[in-house]
Write a protein that binds this ligand. Structure first.
Ligand SMILES: [Mg+2]
Length: 176
């Protein structure tokens, strides 16, 4: 089983970080690599991230992160420095930076393994889940919704299973 994991708002709490930046008046440094001299990325990982990654085999873990702002600006240097400072490179097999739809890179990852190898994709963006579903139809995609109040009781969004934590992913995989 191979896991392809989004970073922002899946493993890392981007919303909490941006709130802190706004409170500190450092928003002018947002999306520059220099901002990581002021903040420790590890302080903003979701609380289950490190232990969950440690519960898996390193060779099964891929982080696939989009180096783009929500309005579509590519911020590669910022994102690369963020991931470097997260130190998660030491516990995953590979970190891949995307500047578009993740279906392309996920298909490339899946192509490295036999078709029988289960591929698990987790992302907080429904568009990315649908992109992966289109290119890797056998992948199990999970929409990560860290804040359950956002979508209420919905268990799926556009046929993609919703999870609220990494433990939820393990529980749903056991049901497959
Ligand atoms: Mg994300």
């Amino acid at each position: 089983m191979k896991y392809v994991l989004d970073f922002d708002d899946t493993l890392y709490d981007a919303k909490r970080f941006k709130q802190q930046v706004a409170a500190d008046g450092t928003a002018h440094l947002l999306f520059t690599p220099e901002i990581w001299q002021l903040y420790d990325v590890q302080d903003y990982l979701h609380t289950d991230t490190v232990d969950w990654l440690a519960s898996k085999q390193q060779e099964d873990l891929f982080i696939l992160t989009a180096a783009m702002t929500s309005d579509g600006k590519v911020v590669m240097a910022y994102q690369q420095e963020k991931l470097r400072c997260s130190k998660l490179g030491a516990v995953v097999f590979e970190i891949i930076f995307s500047a578009g739809e993740k279906g392309v890179e996920t298909a490339e990852i899946a192509s490295r393994f036999p078709p029988s190898e289960p591929i698990i994709f987790i992302d907080d963006k429904i568009e990315q889940c649908l992109s992966v579903k289109a290119t890797v139809p056998q992948a199990h995609c999970f929409l990560m919704v860290r804040d359950p109040s956002v979508i209420g009781e919905a268990e799926t969004v556009r046929s993609i299973d919703v999870v609220h934590s990494l433990a939820d992913v393990d529980a749903k995989i056991r049901e497959l």
